[in-house]
Design a protein around this ligand. Structure first.
Ligand code: SF4
Length: 537
């Protein structure tokens, strides 16, 4: 039986995985399926996953040889030599990538039956019991819990006490670097996996942030990938501005950007402080320009100021502003959604969004529970369908009206002319306030919105699947569900799609079991297990 590791779970090992002395080979992989189902490299997409960089830092530099493979950046990992190389395979990835983690496990075990496979990430946290069927270690907590696994599997000498991120092991594009200054979020939007996991908002201390910058080395621009950079502690914000001013003065970067929530803009001097500290860009998950939609998701922090005013204030301060838009076809009519898209793509004073996607019923979130209660989930839905570009819930309007919208989302088919016209107008209006780097960012955003494959993976243009339906439960499996090379027959099941619903639209059996187990553990020890139960709900 595999072990479950994490603050939210007990630790135990039922299999003797302790290895002998000597250097251990560690492969940390970020599993990824791409939105267009072409599954090639996406080196120009920002941000890139940083969990592998943090995880890799936990292994002793003296006693371990560590490699990182990021499928998002480099495309599918199908190198038989690399897959047969490690003593330990550490897997992470978004919820949608769970099946891909199974593929990589099957490959690695077929090549080396003794490999230890460790898995973490939101899907594993949402389905801990199901995940235990496939991996040796199932981590339910934060990245630091890899330390417990290392000690348990290899011994303490294989651990790096400082856990300095291994930026030296990844390729970087265009002088960009990524880091975190906080973890989780102080808000509770109903669709967000952080809400489902009930994680507490945590600040890093300033020394940790400084160490990350030193480890990264000098970059043109660093991007903070915190879920909410502003957070709920203004003193911490002020201290970080001070630190960033100092590090910038020392030449570690020329500018920085961050993801944050709209409450940041309620205080006018925040923007001034950020600009003085070198801020060049901000991003917020607006989700919608309609406050009624935001209230549906308990995203009230985004209703403190009109979104157009936030964008205008940022631009006035010389900061480019990016945002994402979520389209909920189960709660809104297509005509209403198209009106909002038209508004966004024609109003000259606002920036273009970074993406339009569908609302995803992420496992474990209140929004997922709501979809289950309202019987909105489509039948035969697969975990792979939860990518934001495949219909997963019953729409208000008939499918023939909805599918064209969904089909066009990944590359804005039907809207490209408007996007280009708006980009030209926008640059004409604002170019004097922006530096060359910011203009390049905006141009790259236009290209990623309209032609992501052309930019990231030109060879992928000929691989586009003509048979896509864009309706969850009816899509043919990606080519990645066919093994890239011979795998042991006992791993055939690893290439089956993980189901979310059954043929009637009810929850798949393993998710029902997951719920029953969570409920049982809650009832057995209501006080002690509350946190764990919340993470497993
Ligand atoms: S503000 Fe963003 S990170 Fe925070 S709960 Fe909402 S969606 Fe999640």
């Amino acid at each position: 039986m595999p072990a479950t590791v994490g603050a939210k779970a007990s630790i135990g090992v039922a299999r003797n995985l302790r290895a002998g002395a000597g250097v251990k080979r560690i492969l940390v992989a970020n599993a990824f399926f791409d939105d267009l189902r072409i599954n090639g490299p996406n080196p120009f997409k920002v941000p890139q996953a940083m969990a592998p960089v943090y995880l890799a830092g936990a292994f002793s530099r003296e006693h371990c040889k560590v490699r990182i493979y990021n499928e998002h950046y480099s495309g599918p990992l199908e190198d038989e030599g690399l897959l047969g190389w490690p003593d330990m395979l550490v897997l992470t990835g978004l919820t949608v990538a769970f099946d891909r983690m199974l593929h990589l496990t099957a490959y690695a075990r077929s090549k080396n039956p003794k490999v230890i496979v460790v898995a973490g990430g939101p899907a594993v946290r949402a389905m801990p019991n199901y995940a235990q069927r496939f991996f040796d270690y199932v981590c339910l907590g934060d990245v630091e819990q890899i330390r417990e696994v290392i000690i348990e599997a290899f011994g303490k000498r294989y651990l790096d006490e400082q856990m300095i991120p291994r930026y030296d092991l990844v390729r970087h594009f265009g002088g960009l670097g990524y880091l975190e200054s906080s973890r989780n979020c102080n808000f509770k939007c109903t669709f967000c996996s952080l809400t489902g996991e009930n994680g507490r908002y945590q600040r890093y201390n300033l020394d940790t942030i400084r160490r990350q910058v030193y480890a990264m080395g000098k970059r043109r621009h660093v991007a903070f990938i915190d879920n909410n950079f502003y957070g709920n502690d203004r003193n911490f914000f002020l201290a970080r501005m001070e630190l960033l001013r100092e590090l910038r003065g020392q030449g570690y970067f020329r500018g920085w950007s961050a993801l944050l929530t709209s409450d940041f803009f309620a205080k006018d001097d925040n923007l001034t402080l950020a600009r003085e500290a070198g801020c060049e860009g901000l991003f917020s998950g607006f989700e919608s320009f309609d406050d009624n939609v935001l209230r549906l998701y308990n995203k009230r922090q985004n209703t403190v100021l009109p979104q157009t005013e936030i964008i205008r204030k940022s631009l006035d301060a010389g900061i480019v502003f990016g945002y994402g838009i979520m389209l909920d076809v189960s709660n809104r009519h297509i005509a209403d959604i198209r009106r909002e898209i038209d508004f966004i793509l024609t109003a000259p004073e606002i920036t273009l969004p970074s993406y339009f996607s569908l609302t995803i019923p992420m496992l474990g979130t209140p929004y997922f529970d709501e979809c289950v209660a309202r019987q909105l989930l489509l039948p035969n839905l697969r975990l792979r369908d939860l990518d934001g570009f495949t219909l997963t819930t019953r729409p208000l309007d008939p499918l023939p009206d909805v599918v064209p919208l969904v089909r066009g989302l990944p590359n804005l088919r039907g809207y490209r002319r408007k996007v280009v016209r708006k980009a030209v107008q926008f640059l004409h209006l604002h170019r004097r306030r922006l530096n060359a780097f910011q203009v390049t960012l905006m141009m790259a955003n236009v290209a990623l919105l309209c032609a992501p494959t052309l930019l990231n993976n030109p060879a992928g243009l000929r691989l586009r699947s003509p048979n896509r339906t864009h309706v969850g439960g009816t899509e043919a499996p990606d080519r990645l569900y066919r093994p890239a090379f011979r795998v042991a027959s006992r791993y055939r099941g690893h290439f089956m799609q993980t189901m979310v619903t059954d043929a009637d639209g009810g929850l798949a059996e393993h998710l029902l079991e997951e719920r029953a187990l969570a409920l049982r553990s809650q009832q057995a020890a209501p006080g002690a297990s509350r946190r764990r139960a919340a993470a497993r709900r």
